[in-house]
Ligand binder design. Structure first.
Ligand SMILES: NC(=O)c1ccc[n+]([C@@H]2O[C@H](COP(=O)([O-])OP(=O)(O)OC[C@H]3O[C@@H](n4cnc5c(N)ncnc54)[C@H](O)[C@@H]3O)[C@@H](O)[C@H]2O)c1
Ligand SMILES: CC(C)[C@H](C(=O)O)[C@@H](O)C(=O)O
Ligand SMILES: [Mg+2]
Length: 372
């Protein structure tokens, strides 16, 4: 398959982790005989420094004309610490999501058995945790009208949602639950917010057309608590833009590190793949950032394009690295292995499992079909 991939490395650790994801995609290219074209473009603080804007027009055009966007991270302390800054790196990411129509952000949360001791929670609580967050990505308080009075003493951000915005992501969440454990939990604040009450109404109605799926509701404050008390109860979590942002960082803690969590941002015509973490500015250039979230985002990119075995090969290579303790210091405080080393190790262990089985079966005189 030929794929045109736009590479938006961004700021901080973005370029370091994205380079490892590219290595893995290149390894997939040779192992499975595909052709991927990588086109780098500016975004975030780096783009502001060079062009004055966090999302130059050329970057947006490139993304629109690519089969997928692979995104690193944006953000820089010089903007984080300046509430008066008018131009901010985050505006680039938000505009990109909006312009590409990426309304659904899918964030899988899975605990690796071999990392169970890395979780701050007890083994018996985290064992087997496997859920996915469907976070609405182009609406809500992030994109509602923002106001501040002339004196600069009163400010507001409007949280607005339409039925259409809710229903299109709700359908995706229900469909995902069909091939999982058949449960959707809507996380909202319907006891207080009008917009959350609309979410409940719309999602309840849509749920009726998925009778095999159990639909559950949790207020976000309780959901934050349940995620720590009993995370195994979740299968598919459906939620708005802001709640999804917050609970996904919380969920990452269960797994042992935010450096493990990948995501796919999907719309009708475009798709972007991005770690859930940020630019981790303190780690820039230190070769300590965990590249796995970026690498697994590349796996989600492949899966999105129907390259299931290829995505599986990346997952197996990641599991192999984790099993062999080839990890960055966030997963093992004694580790002296860096981002680049872990990236190389994972890229070099990507194999075509089908071929591997085939070869091994032939060696022992069995046809491939007898085993698979
Ligand atoms: N999608 C994005 O680009 C994105 C997401 C979140 C935050 N940000 C931006 O990033 C900047 C820093 O934000 P922050 O400090 O709140 O969040 P962050 O995710 O960058 O870092 C928070 C903490 O998570 C850990 N961490 C993050 N990524 C890691 C990795 N790959 N490996 C190991 N540990 C990792 C570190 O302990 C770090 O201190 C801000 O400017 C923020 O706006 C961008
Ligand atoms: C950087 C910021 C705009 C972004 C968000 O809030 O969506 C980030 O936290 C994320 O989770 O991708
Ligand atoms: Mg976030």
């Amino acid at each position: 398959m030929n794929l045109k991939i736009a590479l938006l490395s961004g700021d901080g650790i973005g370029p370091e982790v994205l380079a490892q994801a590219v290595k893995c995609l290149q390894s997939v290219e040779t192992t499975f005989n595909h052709h991927f074209t990588f086109s780098p473009a500016l975004v975030g603080a780096t783009a502001i420094d060079q062009t004055g804007t966090p999302l130059p027009d050329e970057t947006l055009e490139l993304c629109k004309n690519s089969d997928a966007v692979l995104f690193g991270a944006i953000g820089d302390p010089k903007y984080d610490n300046d509430p008066n800054a008018k131009v901010r790196p985050e505006q680039g990411l938000l505009k990109l999501r909006k312009e590409l129509g990426l309304f659904s952000n899918i964030r899988p949360v899975r605990v690796y058995q071999s990392l169970i001791d890395r979780s701050p929670l007890k083994k018996e609580i985290v064992s087997g945790v496997d859920f996915t967050i469907y976070r609405e990505l182009t609406g809500g308080i992030y994109f509602g009208e923002k106001k501040i009075n002339e004196k600069g003493t009163v400010a507001s951000d409007l949280c607005e949602y339409s039925e259409k915005e809710i229903s299109r992501i709700a359908h995706l969440a229900f469909k995902a639950a069909k091939s999982r454990r058949k449960k959707v939990t809507l996380v909202d604040k319907a006891n207080v917010l009008e917009s959350s009450r609309l979410w409940r109404k719309v999602v309840t109605r849509i749920g009726e057309s998925y009778p095999e799926i159990e639909l559950d509701f949790l207020f976000v404050d309780n959901a934050a608590m349940q995620m720590i008390l009993n995370p195994s109860q979740f299968d598919v979590i459906l939620t708005n833009n802001m709640f999804g942002d917050i609970i996904s960082d919380e969920a990452s803690v269960i797994t042992g590190s935010i450096g493990l969590l990948a995501s796919a941002s999907v719309g009708a015509d475009n798709a972007m793949f991005e770690p859930i973490h940020g630019s981790f500015p303190q780690a820039t250039g230190l070769d300590i950032a965990n590249p796995i979230a970026a690498i697994l985002s590349a796996a989600m990119l492949l899966e999105h394009h129907g390259l299931i075995e290829e995505a599986q090969a990346i997952h197996m290579a990641v599991e192999n690295a984790i099993l062999n303790n080839v990890v960055t210091p966030d997963l093992n405080a004694d580790s002296t292995l860096g981002t680049d080393y872990v990236g190389d190790y994972i890229a070099n262990s990507i194999v075509d499992t089908d071929e591997y089985l085939h070869l091994n079966n032939e060696n022992i005189g069995l046809g491939k079909s007898t085993i698979i």
